[in-house]
Design a protein around this ligand. Structure first.
Ligand code: FAD
Length: 276
């Protein structure tokens, strides 16, 4: 029997914890998003992350932490990913196509959840790069707007192109018929968006820390400075970014909370290492 016939007759080997890719969108040379089927049993809180990956060449799963970018009510799961040149996982993951399988361990965890914050009036989401992913989930979760009056999404990337996924998401949300129905026509004023670039010229520029400490973002958005009585924040970026923003928020008098001890802000790293 020719070898090829035997191979064709064998059933397709399904990965452990397999989910099927349903769509893939490439946003730039270094960024893409994709959607996969959701395991029926998977429950998660918007903002949490799971381990996902592919089978490695050695036959062992190659897994990495990924924030779930879709809200918890969505039938599918969405992820927003970097493409690291020569990255063990993402050099392969960037080639996935609809119909392919990925591995998804259904054990969501994370600190960027509403339960880790005390009730407040304004919620600041502070992200660089793919650190936007948990906020892509939280911004699409109606619970976010039940919990506070206003959400401010500050997102910083090197170039305007790297902001595209977040920009389209926010624009679609602000005109979302369901959220409009739930919260009235002025819903758009409840979700403020403050994208900035650090390398490329754009209408708004600069680092999140600088725009907070100089007061520029408050002036631009016509908001009072951060106050522990009213403001809450979630931070997601590189380790250096997280450390810097944490210090700025503490300067405003906000304290770091946790699932077991809710306070005024929470932090999670968007990746391990210095970033690319
Ligand atoms: P790795 O060997 O994992 O990374 C190689 C180098 O690339 C690292 O040293 C690091 O400096 C840099 N790097 C890795 N990820 C990023 C990134 N996202 N942005 C900039 N530089 C990076 N990645 C996502 O793309 N989307 C997510 O939603 C996401 N969520 C995460 C949540 C948590 C809690 C953690 C800890 C990490 C998360 N990551 C996310 C990073 C992810 O786990 C992998 O590191 C990434 O997919 C690259 O995998 P890799 O095997 O190709 O390269």
């Amino acid at each position: 029997v020719p070898v090829a016939d035997t191979a064709a007759a064998a059933p397709t080997k399904t990965l452990p914890d397999a989910q099927t890719v349903t769509s893939v969108t490439h946003w730039s040379e270094s960024l893409f998003s994709f959607r996969v089927t959701r395991p029926a049993s998977l429950r998660f809180r918007s903002g949490e992350f799971v381990m996902i990956g592919l089978m490695g060449d050695n036959g062992k799963p190659l897994l990495r932490a990924y924030s779930i970018a879709s809200p918890n009510w969505d039938d599918e799961l969405e992820f927003y990913s970097i493409k690291v040149p020569n990255g063990p996982l993402t050099s392969k993951l960037q080639h996935i196509q609809p119909g392919d399988e990925i591995i998804l361990r259904p054990k969501p965890v994370g600190t960027l959840v509403h339960d880790a914050l005390l009730p407040g009036k304004r919620m600041w989401f502070l992200a660089t790069g793919t650190g936007l992913a948990p906020f892509a989930s939280l911004m699409r979760d109606p619970e976010t707007y039940e919990r506070c009056e206003q959400v401010i999404m500050m997102h910083t990337c090197r170039t305007a192109e790297e902001l595209t996924y977040g920009r389209e998401l926010v624009e679609n949300l602000r005109h979302d018929p369901l959220l409009g129905e739930l919260y009235g026509e002025d819903f758009a004023s409840r979700l403020l968006y403050y994208p900035t670039t650090t390398r490329e010229e754009s209408p708004f520029m600069g680092r999140i820390t600088d725009n907070l400490t100089s007061g520029k973002v408050f002036a631009d958005l016509n908001l009072p400075p951060m106050d522990p009585a009213t403001d809450r924040a979630m931070i997601c970026g590189s380790l250096a970014f997280n450390v810097d923003v944490k210090a700025v928020l503490e300067g405003f008098g906000l304290r770091e909370g946790a699932n077991s001890d809710p306070k005024e802000f929470v932090v999670e790293k968007a990746f391990v290492g210095d970033g690319i």
